[in-house]
Design a protein around this ligand. Structure first.
Ligand code: MSP
Length: 648
């Protein structure tokens, strides 16, 4: 026990300015999946999440409700804890930045960095965006507004403490260079490197314009900048300066997980703070994409949120977690849709996995009196499925190790599909008719049990109640909590002689049409557009259905930069803006448009086309154009429709 290897994973600490939505749930469920995976691998896991409770944004949200900030956040934090309970989040600790342990550590760190000269007092004048808690220079503003959220900014002048970041920039660049895994995925790494190379300014790390924060210990006119405070939670959570033994065991963190919006804080400011403290850097900073709704990123301030608790009540925790983990491709954005959620439950969970279990149990009952038989005679097909399961195990493990969550679940789902196909290929009902085939029939049943056992282990980090529920029918394990991940890589662990019993369906099919109109709308109540009714229409030859078309995520995108691809006559590299998001798109239009002609155009982008590398540049989508033998005409939007809006 003493020598167990440790694993420390964190989520961002969320702002309790409002209740959380499925975007936050995504990060927390993904980190939970990782924590459970590592525990099953035998690691001693510390999984930290919590809330970031200081700052002007929270203070204002509280005042708007006529409340004191502390009473306001207390209420929201209760909801957040309940949400994590409903989603079966297995966090080791929950840290609130208003706790004394955090205040003590933040003040000690601030003092230390000040005393060593890396923090100093000066004057600050700049444009401040309160929702983003960030200062901008005039040059950084976009049309006079916040470049991140597009809202109004205010000119503030104040005496502030500054953190000398540029001093550490060369060391950070060197670290990034010598640790290729430090910032993931690679696109984010490049973004961070370019940002650092463009020159780091001193960071303003104190505020005097409001009071809701941790006081600077030696100057009570100032409170510590909320991000300086918040990032330190990752140290406080594992006992820095308070419980050295725990700290030694878990620091440096194995991974800080978050969405791409806050990668710069974690991959630039945070490592530099740690360098100033002479502490080792986290092993990995990993940024996933955003869950979008039609019209842009889901955000508390836009009010277009989906409440995950309602989804859990309607569809069950396993199904909601499965959907979240599978939906967001590695490093990419995904679009939330209740239709897709229901389709996933029906297709992957009810049809594939649930059916595999119930069919296998029914056959074992029918052909072997409910007792799992021993494998006897096998043919090549039986060996093949065994090898297939082995490959799936390796692939799922490798994908999860690199935090390609959806890739991992796709691998696991392939085993389930393969096992269903194996039933069709082996036709047990035919084997059962001939006594001479009993040995083969036994092998087929045993192999199906093995596929189920392996699939249940592989999906356990995602669906925490499934193994237990399935085991009530399968009787495969005595103690679920002792099942190890590696057992999925070993063929033949299902015990022959075990009794199976028929039970309730693991994932009942959901008929969207039977959900009442109100119920159907509930989780998406704040989206103004009506949901598309999903109805299976017959598709005639040559036609596609409206659902097929709806799978294309066509968006208005504004070209904000454009250049010719070197050594490629026909290719332009476009940087387009789609709502809050920027993308790089390679397009074969260079013979028809100059880069200057393209900048400023609002084009139509196929946004969910699988990204692909073209001449070494990752192209994230495709712009549409009409063409004949002579002309190529890029489709544009002529009215003033903001980028990010859907084209349909
Ligand atoms: N308080 C800071 C983080 C400080 S960490 C030291 C903060 N909080 S937040 O409440 O705004 O949460 C941001 C994080 O929530 C994102 O980085 C991501 O992990 C998660 N998400 C919020 N909205 C999301 C989506 N729409 N999609 C995916 N993740 C989302 O920033």
């Amino acid at each position: 026990m003493q020598n167990k290897k440790s694993y420390y994973i964190t989520t961002p600490i969320y702002y309790p300015s409002d209740n959380l939505h499925i975007g936050h749930a995504y990060t927390t469920v993904a980190a939970d999946c990782m924590a459970r995976f590592k525990r099953m691998q035998g690691y001693d896991v510390f999984y930290l999440t919590g809330t970031d409770e200081h700052g002007q944004k929270i203070e204002r949200a509280a005042r708007e409700k006529g409340m004191e900030p502390s009473a306001y956040v207390d209420g929201i934090v209760v909801n957040i804890r309940e949400l994590w309970k409903a989603l079966l989040i297995s966090n080791t600790d929950f840290i609130r930045t208003t706790e004394k342990r955090q205040e003590d550590v933040v003040q000690k760190i601030f003092t230390r960095v000040y005393e060593q000269g890396d923090i100093f007092l000066s004057q600050y004048e700049g444009w401040y965006c309160s929702p983003c808690e960030t200062f901008f220079t005039e040059r950084q503003l976009l049309e006079g507004k916040c470049p991140d959220c597009g809202r109004d900014v205010e000119l503030l002048k104040e005496e502030s403490y500054f953190f000398n970041m540029s001093k550490y920039a060369p060391r950070l660049l060197e670290h990034i260079d010598s640790h290729p895994d430090f910032i993931q995925p690679e696109s984010r790494r490049n973004e961070v490197v370019n940002f650092i190379k463009s020159g780091l300014e001193d960071l303003c790390v104190s505020r005097t314009t409001f009071k809701w924060g941790i006081p600077v210990p030696f100057n009570s006119n100032h409170v510590v900048y909320v991000w300086f405070d918040a990032l330190i939670n990752y140290l406080t959570g594992v006992g820095y300066l308070q419980d050295e033994e725990t700290f030694k065991k878990y620091w440096p963190a194995d991974v800080h997980l978050m969405a791409k919006d806050i990668i710069r804080f974690h991959a630039i400011i945070w490592p530099i703070m740690l360098m100033a403290l002479d502490l080792p850097l986290p092993k990995k900073v990993m940024a996933h994409g955003w869950i979008m709704l039609e019209g842009g990123k889901m955000s508390k301030s836009k009010g277009n949120v989906i409440d995950p608790r309602i989804l859990v009540e309607k569809y069950g925790v396993d199904a909601v977690r499965y959907y979240l983990i599978k939906e967001l491709s590695f490093g990419q954005d995904g679009t939330y849709s209740e239709e897709i959620l229901v389709n996933r439950i029906n297709a992957d969970l009810a049809n594939d996995l649930g059916n595999l279990v119930s069919r296998t149990i029914a056959m074992i009952i029918k052909y072997f009196g409910g007792v799992i038989p021993e494998a006897r005679t096998s043919v090549a097909l039986d060996d093949e499925i065994q090898a297939f399961a082995g490959q799936v195990y390796l692939e799922a493990t490798a994908k999860l190790e690199k935090m390609d969550f959806s890739g991992y679940l796709h691998a696991a789902a392939r085993l389930v599909s393969r096992a269903n196909k194996y039933i069709d290929e082996t036709a047990p009902w035919v084997l059962a008719k001939e006594e001479s085939q009993t040995g083969r029939l036994a092998t087929v049943m045993y192999n199906l049990m093995e596929c189920i056992r392996i699939a249940l282990i592989l999906t356990a980090p995602t669906m925490p109640t499934l193994m237990e529920r399935a085991n009530q029918q399968l009787g495969l394990w005595d103690k679920i909590e002792e099942v190890k991940w590696d057992e999925a890589g070993i063929w033949g662990m299902a015990k022959a002689g075990t009794q199976v019993t028929k039970g309730e369906s693991l994932f009942p099919r959901i008929d969207l049409k039977t959900l009442g109109e109100e119920e159907k709308k509930e989780p998406v109540a704040l989206i103004t557009e009506p949901q598309i009714e999903i109805e299976k229409t017959e598709v005639e030859d040559g036609y596609i259905s409206i659902e097929d078309f709806a799978r294309l995520d066509l968006r208005v995108a504004e070209v904000i930069a454009c250049e010719k691809m070197k050594k490629a006559d026909k290719l332009l590299i476009l940087t387009v803006k789609m709502g809050d998001e920027e993308r790089t798109v390679v397009s074969g239009i260079a013979l028809h448009y100059t880069p200057e002609e393209m900048v400023g155009k609002k084009v139509v982008l196929l946004a969910n086309l699988k990204p692909t590398k073209l001449r070494g540049v990752m192209s994230q989508g495709m712009i549409l154009a009409a063409s004949d033998e002579q002309f190529v005409d890029v489709l544009t939007v002529t009215k003033d429709i903001a980028s990010g809006n859907r084209v349909k």
